[in-house]
Design a protein around this ligand. Structure first.
Ligand SMILES: [Zn+2]
Ligand SMILES: [Zn+2]
Length: 292
């Protein structure tokens, strides 16, 4: 099979954006190639800034180090909503990247949260996240640890004056409720926004940013496109969540920040606005959301 038709091959470079934007959520540490290669490829099509997101203590330290080493990389640090229950209850099947793990209990979670708190104070760390609730991967038994971790991350973000990056999978109502109960930080971003138009109106009233990923291009994602259409322009962000959620027509192939233009164009088409006008808004919104 030639690499051009290989389903695992990197999609081709899209036409460059004329107005630069940021990938508001990516995982460079899970992508192939070096950080420098990934950033250069992204910059060549107008994706000049990325937010690198950590999902555990080690990944968060890596995000902070990578942001310190590159002017155009900003870091977000957290225990992913699926990581918190694994720390408390263990991970005998080794689903997480670290392989099988022993349960560390509530004390283990507190120790990991203390590390996130330490990293959140660093100047290159612009956000606390991704945190939130994931009822898709975490079952009933992990809910308590997940809820406790989410609330702790909200407190850390507020205390350090950093943005909060929310991961919400099949948990819209509870995520919104916990944010209300704890009091959301001034800048809150719903990463890989997965709600419908009605929820977008709730987020808009609360001033939450909504960051759309490549799945907005999927055929079955009309709810997401409806949300793009009704969200206020000044609250829209774009992201890859790479290596996941590669936009159509490259679905299933490896994603990376250089594919942001594909999603930007799809969003511009939904809103019926010029690609440059949308890119201008996205660039300004991301800088405002993360405070860089
Ligand atoms: Zn996520
Ligand atoms: Zn992510």
């Amino acid at each position: 099979m030639s690499s051009a038709t290989d389903k695992n091959a990197a999609p081709p470079l899209p036409d460059p954006l004329r107005v630069p934007v940021a990938d508001s959520h990516t995982h460079l540490d899970m992508q192939s190639g070096t950080v420098e290669e990934g950033l250069a490829k992204a910059a060549s099509v107008g994706v000049t800034t990325v937010v690198q997101v950590g999902c555990d203590v080690r990944g968060s330290q890596w995000a902070a180090d990578t942001a310190a080493a590159h002017d155009n990389v900003h870091a977000a640090v957290a225990l992913h909503p699926n990581e918190a229950p694994r720390i408390v209850h263990g991970d005998p099947d080794g689903w997480s990247r670290q392989g099988a793990r022993e349960p560390l209990g509530d004390a283990g979670l507190d120790a990991a949260l203390a590390e996130i708190d330490r990293l959140a104070a660093l100047p290159h760390v612009k956000a606390v996240g991704e945190t939130g609730l994931d009822y898709f991967r975490t079952g009933e038994g992990g809910k308590e640890a997940q809820d406790r971790s989410f609330r702790a991350h909200i407190e850390i973000a507020k205390r350090h004056g950093k943005a909060l990056v929310i991961h919400d999978r099949d948990a819209h109502a509870d995520v919104l409720r916990v944010l209300k109960e704890e009091g959301a930080p001034e800048r809150t971003v719903f990463h890989c926004y997965s709600g419908d138009a009605e929820m977008a109106e709730i987020c808009a009233r609360a001033g939450y940013f909504m960051s759309f990923a490549g799945n907005v291009t999927f055929k079955n994602a009309q709810d997401l496109r409806d949300a793009v259409a009704v969200a206020p322009l000044e609250l829209l962000l774009v992201e890859t969540d790479a290596p996941f959620l590669t936009p159509a027509p490259y679905r299933g192939r490896p994603n990376a920040p250089y594919l942001i233009p594909v999603t930007v164009r799809a969003m511009a088409a939904v809103r019926g606005i010029d690609e440059d006008a949308l890119a201008t808004a996205l660039g300004a919104n991301t800088a405002r959301a993360f405070g860089y």
